[in-house]
Design a protein. Structure first.
Length: 435
């Protein structure tokens, strides 16, 4: 099929490369010239395992190209819109400017029979609004909403072999045709038996935000239990193992620690709350405000633990392990690790932080933090070591070896990812979160 992908950020670049990998003829379009130049040269502008290989092989076949010229969309029949919906600067809502601009530009180039597919995470009601715009400007084209559930670090795999496919389509013949076209786009996943849910626009939009709201709630639930465990001497990790054995609960997304960050969960739950308030149903998801507060409290707790451990923060040397919002990513958007490092530095601590992939991004964003290139440099002469992003490089550290580098053997395990017994045997004072 001939596909255009509007927006070549995280979602769009992965989608474009993956679609070409599946055999489609793809053009990726973005207004950011630097991004397009980088992708055209086969270099993703961010770290994502497996993406460089897929990008390179798809480009080599001639099936994938990138451009800043929107008119290139005219050569395609199916158009994916994958631009970002960040949080607005002055509130909780999603900033719809990029979506609106992308649709406005794209609609000039679509023809009779084309399918426009929204992938961005949007407030419920957006697809209906955009469908009306398309009906006015190009009545022969159809809109479908096909939310994306990819996780950073597994983005290519999640795109090529998703857990499920959700198609939000209009009623009637146009909707049936849209679903058939999407089945062709995702033919390999459909043939492999991937569940396909065909529904209306509003349900498709809500599936995405409710999935993220559920995941965020699960994490904040276990972090709330960690807060109770902290004052009772209970171990939240054992608790999660025990409740996780109940198949109705499940063990995944029950890791207590510094909580969730990244470019999706935090802003998506806030945008969902804002949208529910607009719809007069704020009370239905008021618990998400609590989910957000529990999550943000965990970051404060780590700063407090460092203060307690060192008897203050001014002049204390802190070695911070991890800056990305999660391992296998260079993404520092709403990263608990970066925020904690910045808050420690602002309180007068001498912070040296490191991350296998996010160091460069962190350096640009947080000049007050001394970002170094190795674990050794980060922990040398430290009074307190804080593990915040559970990269295997950090969780696999030998407590004895690290112990020889530091001034004091005090470790705060922000992800409950270390073996407390092994670190204590090596003479460390160990503090986890709710453990
Ligand atoms: C998330 C959703 O998983 C994905 O389906 C959606 O499309 C986009 O948002 P992502 O942001 O890539 O994906 O990361 P995810 O793996 O979900 O982790 C989110 C955050 O939660 C990370 O900061 C992670 O460290 C944290 N987390 C995750 C926990 O604190 N505990 C857990 O048990 C799991």
């Amino acid at each position: 099929m001939r596909i255009s992908v509007i927006g070549c950020g995280y979602l769009g670049a992965v989608h474009a490369a993956s679609m070409a990998h599946l055999g489609h003829e793809v053009v990726g379009i973005d207004i950011d010239e630097a991004k397009i130049a980088s992708l055209s040269a086969g270099r993703p502008p961010f770290f994502e395992p497996g993406l460089p290989e897929v990008l390179e092989s798809a480009t080599a076949t001639g099936r994938l190209r990138f451009t800043t010229d929107f008119s290139a969309a005219a050569d395609a029949d199916v158009h994916f819109v994958a631009v970002g919906t960040p949080q607005v600067a002055d509130g909780d809502a999603a900033d719809m400017r990029f979506v609106d601009a992308a649709f406005g530009a794209l609609v000039e180039h679509v023809k009779q029979g084309d399918l426009i597919v929204g992938k961005s995470t949007v407030p419920v009601g957006t697809a209906a609004r955009l469908a009306a715009l398309i009906a006015e400007r190009q009545p022969g084209a159809t809109l479908a909403w096909n939310p994306e559930f990819l996780r950073e670090g597994f983005a290519v795999k999640d795109t090529i072999s998703p857990d499920r496919l959700v198609y939000g389509v209009p009623e009637g013949e146009a909707g049936e045709r849209a679903a058939r076209l999407l089945d062709e786009v995702y033919a390999s996943a459909v043939a492999a038996g991937t569940p396909v849910i065909v529904t209306d626009y509003a349900t498709a939009e809500l599936v995405k935000v409710s999935a993220n709201a559920f995941l965020a709630t699960k994490i904040s639930f276990i972090n709330a239990m960690a807060e109770i465990a902290e004052v009772t001497g209970a171990d939240v990790t054992k608790l999660a193992d025990a409740i996780g054995h109940d198949a109705r609960i499940g063990r995944r997304f029950l890791n207590a620690g510094v909580g969730f960050g990244g470019g999706c969960l935090p802003k998506d739950i806030r945008a969902f709350s804002a949208r529910a308030r607009e719809l007069g149903r704020g009370e239905s998801v008021r618990f998400l405000e609590e989910v957000d507060s529990i999550n943000l409290r965990r970051r404060t707790r780590v700063v407090e633990l460092v203060r307690e451990a060192a008897g203050g923060l001014a002049g204390v040397r802190v070695g911070v392990l991890g800056l990305a919002f999660k391992p296998h990513s260079d993404d520092i958007r709403d990263s608990p690790a970066l925020e904690i490092a910045m808050r420690l530095a602002e309180a007068g601590a001498i912070v040296r932080a490191t991350d296998p992939e996010a160091a460069e991004n962190a350096r640009r964003r947080a000049p007050q933090v001394d970002v170094v290139d190795s674990t050794e440099e980060a922990v040398r002469d430290a009074d307190v070591v804080v593990l915040i992003t559970e990269w295997p490089e950090f969780t696999g550290l030998d407590p004895e070896e690290v112990g020889r580098l530091v001034a004091h053997r005090t470790v705060i395990d922000g992800r409950n990812a270390l073996d407390p017994a092994a670190w204590r045997v090596a003479g460390w004072s160990y503090r986890g979160l709710g453990r």
